[in-house]
Design a protein around this ligand. Structure first.
Ligand code: NAP
Length: 464
């Protein structure tokens, strides 16, 4: 079966690709292994030069690359441009900071010299999703290549053109041949790649299903994994919040990338005393979003990436309604061509309903009343996921409690959750494990080698 690139705005087939044969796949793994063996000799300063060239290429070709993202997965084009620019920023971050992050760390243990040195692990497989088809890859690629690893990308099957474009950019930036390759393969071939002894680790960004499958196999093979999986982040609004800012931020946080973001605010928890006015403002702002052709500059919500996404999201909305939820706006598929779903707000969904524990991957918000900060924290934590949380309050006591008691990988107070090259990114619980970005992300695929150098016994003064 071919790998197809289909425009989600109109269903038109853009291109199709024949997946690699198993033989061709093994050749690419060999190339990666050879590249890794030599890449360690390339000085850090030269890697940084290539990384900056990569950033330059991204910045110079932003418009074309963004148009490719939009054509393949429907992201509104202005947001697609921001994604490309962000990729350039992560390249520059690691070009600038790799030397500091990779520097040996002396440890005082008394009589002997001791330090930690960082060494690359080898060829790392990256299994990536379509929702940020460049950013998800670059936040692996930039630290991995700066650290001296080699990368193999198995991208989501609906964004093959983005996957090819990324390999091409890396090649043009001057990285040695084979240090980063795209594998146009089916899911069923991932097992072969991971089982290959030349592949030493894997990073997965995607659904729980993908994470489970890969982590189970990697666990058996004793290969390191990092998992960045789903989320159902809470967005908490307490009475002291800056009201208008919080309403606008909730809409932005729910609807970024047409709602298809792991860190989107999927559950909006609002204090009882401001709930009615917040709900009215939130619904009005959701209804005001411009839904339409993602190639238009002023479009805020584009089509969802695939027809299956629309079908699954709509089934979740209908299940929420059957469970007792009320549709405040939206709630029905947009008829006609393209994978469009309208911005939707659901209220009064019983907290025990299954949908409250699922991820809603589209512009659909669940709105909840909470009676106080205890109730807000308890409901926020009542989820199998633990990626991030955004909370809005001017009370310092509440801020301290939210930072300490929310069980997730990141808490943003009076700010929308966002990834940033300088900040560790990742989750707990079923959102996965491990971190990306910052020094923590770079070190996931490094061997922290402990070295202890004692003076020879004979050179020491005799013990008294
Ligand atoms: P997905 O269906 O799991 O796909 C992600 C990648 O995994 C694709 O390359 C996919 O290949 C592959 N894959 C799927 N099943 C697999 C299996 N059994 N074995 C090996 N590989 C497999 O997820 P998605 O729908 O593309 O992405 C949406 C999900 O990603 C959401 O849950 C979202 O929250 C999560 N996400 C998490 C983060 C984070 O940082 N935590 C960031 C972005 C997205 P095919 O495309 O060929 O099926």
């Amino acid at each position: 079966m071919s790998i197809q690139s289909v425009n989600p705005a109109n269903g038109v087939l853009l291109r199709s690709f024949t997946p690699l044969t198993d033989q061709a796949l093994l050749e690419k793994i060999s190339l990666a292994q050879d590249a890794f063996a030599h890449y360690g000799e390339v000085p850090l300063s030269h890697r940084a030069l290539c990384m900056r060239k990569l950033a330059d290429l991204l910045e110079r070709e932003t418009a074309d690359l963004a148009a490719l993202i939009t054509a393949e997965m429907g992201k509104p084009v202005a947001q697609a441009r921001s994604e490309i620019v962000k990729c350039a920023s992560v390249c520059r971050y690691y070009a600038d900071h790799a030397e500091r992050i990779l520097a040996p760390e002396p440890i005082d243990i008394g009589s002997s010299d001791a330090y930690v040195r960082w060494y690359p692990l080898g060829v790392v497989l990256a299994v990536m999703p379509w929702n940020f088809p460049f950013w998800q890859v670059f936040r692996f690629l930039a630290p991995a290549l700066m650290a001296g690893n080699a990368g193999l990308l198995k991208h989501a099957s609906n964004v093959p053109q983005c996957a090819i474009a990324i390999e091409e950019l890396v090649r043009r930036a001057g990285f040695p041949r084979g240090t980063f390759q795209t594998l146009l393969i089916h899911v069923s071939q991932v097992e072969t790649v991971l089982a290959d002894p030349r592949v030493v680790a894997a990073t997965v960004t995607g659904s729980e299903l993908a994470g489970r499958a890969i982590a189970a196999q990697a666990g058996w093979l004793i290969k390191k994994t990092v998992l960045e999986l789903g989320g159902s982040d809470p967005f908490i609004v307490m009475p002291s919040a800056e009201f208008d800012l919080a309403v606008a931020a909730a809409v932005r946080a729910r609807c970024i990338n047409s709602g298809q973001s792991c860190i989107a605010a999927k559950r909006v928890l609002v204090a009882e005393s401001i709930y009615d006015s917040f709900a009215a403002g939130f619904v009005a702002a959701m209804e005001a979003l411009r839904v339409g052709d993602p190639m238009r500059e002023d479009t805020q919500i584009g089509p969802l990436a695939t027809a299956a996404q629309v079908r699954d999201l709509d089934a979740q909305v209908q299940a929420a309604v059957r469970a007792g939820g009320r549709v405040l706006t939206g709630g029905k598929r947009v008829p006609g061509a393209g994978n469009y779903y309208p911005p939707t707000v659901l209220a009064d969904v019983p907290r025990t309903a299954d949908v409250c524990r699922e991820e809603l991957f589209g512009p659909v918000a669940l709105l909840f009343r909470v009676c106080d900060i205890d109730d807000a924290i308890s409901l926020a934590n009542d989820t199998p996921f633990g990626l991030a949380a955004s909370a809005w309050t001017r009370s310092q006591a509440e801020q301290r409690r939210l930072a300490a008691e929310l069980r997730c990988g990141a808490v943003f107070i009076n700010e929308v959750v966002a990834s940033d090259p300088r900040l560790p990114f990742g989750g707990i619980k079923r959102s996965g494990y491990g971190r990306e970005l910052s020094a923590a992300g770079m070190r996931e695929f490094l061997n922290a080698k402990t070295v202890v150098v004692a003076e020879p016994v004979s050179a020491k003064p005799p013990a008294l």
